[in-house]
Write a protein that binds this ligand. Structure first.
Ligand SMILES: *[C@@H]1O[C@H](CO)[C@@H](O)[C@H](O)[C@H]1NC(C)=O
Ligand SMILES: *[C@@H]1O[C@H](CO)[C@@H](O)[C@H](O)[C@H]1NC(C)=O
Ligand SMILES: *[C@@H]1O[C@H](CO)[C@@H](O)[C@H](O)[C@H]1NC(C)=O
Ligand SMILES: *[C@@H]1O[C@H](CO)[C@@H](O)[C@H](O)[C@H]1NC(C)=O
Ligand SMILES: *[C@@H]1O[C@H](CO)[C@@H](O)[C@H](O)[C@H]1NC(C)=O
Ligand SMILES: *[C@@H]1O[C@H](CO)[C@@H](O)[C@H](O)[C@H]1NC(C)=O
Ligand SMILES: *[C@@H]1O[C@H](CO)[C@@H](O)[C@H](O)[C@H]1NC(C)=O
Ligand SMILES: *[C@@H]1O[C@H](CO)[C@@H](O)[C@H](O)[C@H]1NC(C)=O
Ligand SMILES: *[C@@H]1O[C@H](CO)[C@@H](O)[C@H](O)[C@H]1NC(C)=O
Ligand SMILES: *[C@@H]1O[C@H](CO)[C@@H](O)[C@H](O)[C@H]1NC(C)=O
Length: 640
């Protein structure tokens, strides 16, 4: 009911409140996509000619050669955006251009930046999208005085988990389009059309779909084709297929698109974009819950695997689906490609949602042959396993037999990356080999009853407990919190943690209730846009409109980016940066007293009701958006 209203309302929002940023886009956006390169031409994997050097699993003691080569170009490509970004931070007494140019000969001395987007279903996708839009210098308004535009262009890694993985996946499936482009789609496109749940499928004016029944026909046929090719199907196949219609702007949600095709896409290959990573967890067959020490797997454009000491290996993503044994494809086995189907990878990282989708499958007009197929699968694997993604054959079969818990399993079962209660995809980013200096962790978890994050997600091992956060945090201003570097070890003795020092947490929001339930599966266009907009405002602290800290926010973000670089180069921190760290840092002591009545985050605008300026703006939002104007608490944390 809001759909024809949304563009207008955002435009008038910008007019009514010039000091708040609106996520606007240019007219005539075209969205193109990555590569439909599955050898079968469809959803199923198919045989390919083995390369002259047969694919092998490699040890995780380092990043891959491809990543290492790519990084050299990428780090170089971030130099100019970094200069622009740091200039925009307006750090008194600091000349960004001179500093960066003085050190550009040695790229390890320059800031190495990562962004992590948490899970949390559509809430996480939309809130994360607001952050990404704010960080993207291509988005109008992002480089205004208090904007953080250019951070994305200065970033080396962009990691997502579950709902955050949908966002990362959708960005790269669509030629690194901007968030406004993805949001607005193009004529007839189903992209980000969240008003129809995936159970119903896209509207009839989509580029391919006629009605719900034929939508499910297509989904069912695709999964059948994978089965016919000799592969075991799992519920994640159905789930990933349906998700793709909303996230990949191609006919039928791009059945032949592969995640590894990102590595062959021009913008990425030229290192003009950060490196995307999605995260999933390993779960042993018949294990009912995911152990907290479960193996964390990552998918990057070249590889899938784990830095965890248990598996400690990476397989070339393109050859997933081949019968690897003890780290190679034996001479009598075929080389297969296309298993790393794009939607399947996104579905794996978010497999928890299988259950949500399925719980209601009979309440929609889903044809009975589909419900029967899915119920048959559940019967076979058991209700408790309905969240698994089947990776069969297991690429790590007989690999690292001493430590790999699945070494003797023909099937590797992966689940939603958030199931080990690590809802932030920090794991790939804290690997010492990747040498990150700063991670912007955008937390859209629903830890509290009201669907707000409470700092639990990115907690151990990098930050103090949630109670300390809440008891000591000068909410609503973001607090830069010093983390305990000694806690940063991750299983490998003797290795120094790559990233340590502070963490900023902005728990607040501005213009919409973004604390929507993880299980809400459809959103009007107006709600979608308002939540994205709110995420943008969280990222910029309302473009500097919400008090003292908000005007310093941009400077402090710049300082946070710079800090480790300055330590490496033995450069004295500018006074403005020292001020950021002194006033907004955790002093290292904890206050773990229980929070009486649970954590009830305050609304920024609510808190500032005494400020006539803010409350009148709130009134404007009510009028303009027709939505509840208030706050979203979404945590923005920054770990240096
Ligand atoms: C953000 O704030 C700056 C400085 O106050 C202002 O010039 C700019 O127009 C604002 N941008 C938006 C999109 O509101
Ligand atoms: C992808 O985006 C780049 C940069 O915007 C553009 O030059 C290129 O033409 C696009 N590719 C496709 C296939 O649309
Ligand atoms: C890891 O890769 C980097 C870059 O290629 C190289 O300099 C380093 O020596 C490698 N380290 C190990 C342990 O192989
Ligand atoms: C996790 O811990 C349990 C109990 O200590 C152990 O049996 C299991 O092998 C561990 N799993 C991994 C992947 O290390
Ligand atoms: C892998 O090996 C199994 C037998 O162990 C066989 O059934 C299957 O077809 C093989 N897969 C491929 C892709 O060749
Ligand atoms: C399931 O369907 C019921 C009734 O149609 C609805 O109230 C509920 O919100 C749905 N749940 C999900 C997770 O979609
Ligand atoms: C934070 O959220 C977690 C997960 O829901 C919960 O277990 C914990 O009690 C919460 N802590 C506080 C202080 O709110
Ligand atoms: C969002 O937060 C507000 C304020 O705490 C609360 O009233 C509302 O119920 C929350 N919405 C959801 C869907 O949890
Ligand atoms: C580059 O900088 C790093 C960090 O300061 C230092 O350890 C390394 O020795 C430098 N490399 C060269 C070639 O100067
Ligand atoms: C760092 O700089 C200070 C002066 O700015 C100097 O006294 C000190 O020796 C330098 N330390 C190193 C390790 O270069």
């Amino acid at each position: 009911m809001h759909s024809s209203f949304s563009l207008l309302s955002l435009a008038s929002l910008a007019l009514a409140s010039p000091s708040l940023v609106s996520v606007s886009s240019e007219v005539g956006d075209v969205i193109r996509r990555a590569l439909p390169d599955s050898p079968s031409g469809g959803y199923a994997p198919a045989e390919v000619k083995c390369p002259s050097t047969r694919p092998t699993v490699r040890s995780a003691k380092n990043v891959s050669q491809q990543e290492s080569d790519w990084l050299r170009t990428r780090r170089g490509n971030t130099v100019q955006p970094m200069i622009d970004f740091l200039r925009g931070a307006n750090i008194a007494g600091f000349d960004a251009q001179t500093y960066i140019n003085n050190h550009r000969q040695n790229l390890t001395e320059l800031p190495n930046v990562g962004i992590a987007l948490s899970g949390g279903g559509y809430r996480a996708l939309m809130n994360g999208a607001g952050f990404v839009a704010a960080a993207d210098s291509r988005v109008a308004g992002s480089t205004d005085q208090h904007g953080i535009g250019g951070l994305l262009q200065s970033t080396t890694y962009l990691a997502g988990l579950s709902g955050g993985g949908w966002l990362v996946g959708s960005i790269y499936a669509n030629n690194f389009s901007t968030v406004p482009q993805l949001r607005d789609g193009s004529a007839g496109s189903d992209l980000w059309q969240f008003s129809r749940s995936i159970l119903k499928g896209p509207k009839e004016n989509g580029i391919s779909i006629l009605n719900t029944a034929s939508y499910w026909d297509d989904v069912h046929d695709a999964v059948d084709a994978k089965r016919d090719a000799g592969y075991e199907a799992s519920i994640t196949d159905y789930w990933g297929r349906t998700l793709s219609y909303q996230l990949i702007n191609a006919k039928d949600g791009g059945p032949s698109y592969t995640f590894s095709s990102i590595s062959r896409s021009p913008g990425f290959n030229d290192a003009n974009q950060p490196l995307p990573i999605l995260v999933a967890d390993g779960r042993l067959p018949n294990e009912k819950v995911v152990a907290l020490n479960s193996t964390v797997y990552e998918f990057n454009p070249w590889e899938m695997g784990s830095f965890d000491p248990s598996v400690f290996g990476f397989v070339p993503l393109q050859y997933l689906g081949s019968n690897f044994s003890a780290g190679s494809i034996p001479d009598n086995e075929r080389c297969m490609s296309g298993f790393d189907q794009y939607g399947y990878v996104m579905g794996t990282s978010s497999s928890l949602f299988n259950q949500i989708a399925l719980r209601n499958i009979s309440s929609e007009k889903v044809p009975s042959f589909v419900t029967n197929a899915i119920e048959g699968l559940i019967e076979r694997i058991g209700q408790a396993n309905d969240d698994i993604a089947v990776y069969s054959p297991n690429p790590f079969y007989r690999y690292n037999t001493k430590t790999n818990p699945s070494a003797e399993e023909k099937t590797l079962t992966l689940v939603d990356g958030g199931e080990d209660l690590q809802n932030m995809p920090l794991h790939p980013l804290i690997q010492p080999e990747r040498g990150l200096d700063v991670i912007f962790a955008v937390d859209s978890s629903a830890d509290t009853d009201n669907n707000f994050p409470n700092a639990t997600a990115p907690a151990s091992p990098v930050v103090p407990d949630a109670e300390t956060f809440i008891n000591k945090g000068p909410e609503p201003a973001p607090d830069l919190l010093r983390v305990r570097p000694q806690k940063l070890h991750h299983g490998r003795p003797g290795q120094r943690a790559p990233a340590a020092a502070h963490r900023v947490r902005a728990l607040m929001a501005y213009t919409a209730w973004g604390n929507v339930s993880t299980f809400t599966m459809s959103y009007s266009d107006a709600d979608r846009n308002a939540i994205i907009q709110n995420g943008f405002n969280v990222a910029t602290m309302g473009n500097g409109t919400t008090g003292d800290m908000s005007t310093k926010w941009r400077t402090c973000i710049g300082c946070a980016v710079l800090q480790r670089s300055m330590l490496k180069t033995n450069t004295t921190m500018p006074a403005a940066c020292q001020e950021c760290f002194q006033s907004h840092c955790w002093d290292g002591t904890t206050d773990s007293r229980p929070i009486a009545g649970g954590y009830q985050p305050n609304a920024v605008i609510g808190i500032q009701e005494t400020s006539a300026g803010v409350s009148s703006r709130a009134g404007d939002f009510n009028k303009v958006l027709g939505l509840v104007s208030a706050v979203v608490a979404s945590g923005l944390v920054l770990v240096i």
